[in-house]
Design a protein around this ligand. Structure first.
Ligand code: 13P
Ligand code: SF4
Length: 304
């Protein structure tokens, strides 16, 4: 029995003892996706966290995702195997900056991309994910002024699709910004039959070159259902594990090999085991913030 198998067996035993479930984002490394009970995008994971009967959620993703699970399931213990897994974009708006923004646009409706802190969510009217941002914005009455934060690229994509005049915060994902239009051109020249699937966190120049703009689970679904046999994937490279596993006969090329998120790569099998052994690291959201943040998440879940 190899080392990973031994660790996996211990994890399975502990999971039963603790009544735990392991949720993993589509960007997690292969061994983490393979041990998880559920792998998905931010929307799937928040829905899964809200509906599971387990008492403990081991969340393999980044901090804002675990926070969302803790907000939706305050009676459960939410653990992160590596507490340092933050999201660069989520940290691009501070509470002080947000307070100033609100002073500038006191009458606006605030829509936050789920990639933000619980404090930011608590100050917003609606939350959204890459899978439902267009629907959420479309659900807001036409005459309302809307501020969208923190992702200016997702925001500008939503703006182009809804024709709503959104005010955008200047945040972005450094991992997706590494994908350049010339990367897509190069890959298209090498694989002319491939469909180009990109995440809406990419820049507008990259989005303009895509055949489909989708959330991470949307990319997985489209790759399964499409007749195409080759795909150029414009998102974080961890998703290739799931794509290749689910579609062994199809070929997937990363738009850029540089698009890896260091935070998403912090978890591994050993850390999941330690997390379950020692019940670390618990993610808790202060009650007042959780209550207000939940309203914006619930509004999103109602629309979806
Ligand atoms: P998804 O919700 O599409 O999985 O995106 C999450 C994320 O962090 C993208 O960078
Ligand atoms: Fe945040 Fe970007 Fe990493 Fe997603 S890929 S978790 S948006 S830094």
């Amino acid at each position: 029995m190899n080392q990973n198998q031994k660790i996996s067996d211990k994890i399975q035993n502990l999971k039963k003892q603790r009544n735990a479930v392991i949720l993993a984002h589509n960007y997690q490394i292969g061994e983490v996706q393979d041990i998880a009970d559920f792998v998905g995008d931010s929307l799937d994971l928040s829905q899964q966290a809200a509906r599971t009967d387990a008492r403990v959620i081991v969340f393999c993703g980044v901090h804002f995702m675990a926070e969302t699970a803790a907000i939706l399931s305050p009676e459960k213990t939410v653990l992160m195997p590596d507490v340092n897994a933050g999201c660069a974009m989520a940290n691009m708006i501070t509470p002080r900056q947000f307070a100033e923004l609100k002073k500038e646009h006191p009458e606006a409706v605030y829509v936050c991309y789920v990639n933000c802190t619980a404090e930011t969510k608590a100050e917003c009217d609606y939350c959204c994910t890459s899978a439902n941002a267009i629907k959420v914005v479309q659900a807001i009455p036409q005459k309302k002024k809307i501020v969208f934060l923190p992702d200016k690229y997702l925001g500008s994509y939503v703006k182009s699709q809804t024709k709503r005049d959104l005010i955008l915060w200047d945040g972005y994902c450094p991992t997706h910004r590494r994908i350049l239009p010339e990367d897509i051109l190069k890959k298209k020249a090498a694989h002319p039959k491939a469909e180009v699937l990109v995440h809406p966190e990419c820049t507008p120049e990259v989005i303009a070159m895509a055949d489909q703009v989708l959330s991470t689970s949307g990319i997985c679904r489209h790759a399964r259902e499409s007749e195409s046999e080759e795909f150029i994937i414009g998102t974080e490279i961890g998703i290739l594990h799931r794509l290749e596993k689910e579609n062994p006969k199809k070929k997937f090329y990363p738009a850029s090999e540089l698009s890896d998120c260091p935070n998403m790569k912090l978890n591994n099998l050993e850390k999941i085991l330690w997390s379950l052994e020692d019940m670390v690291y618990e993610v808790k959201v202060p009650e007042g913030i959780a209550k207000r943040a939940k309203k914006s998440i619930d509004r999103m879940l109602e629309i979806t």
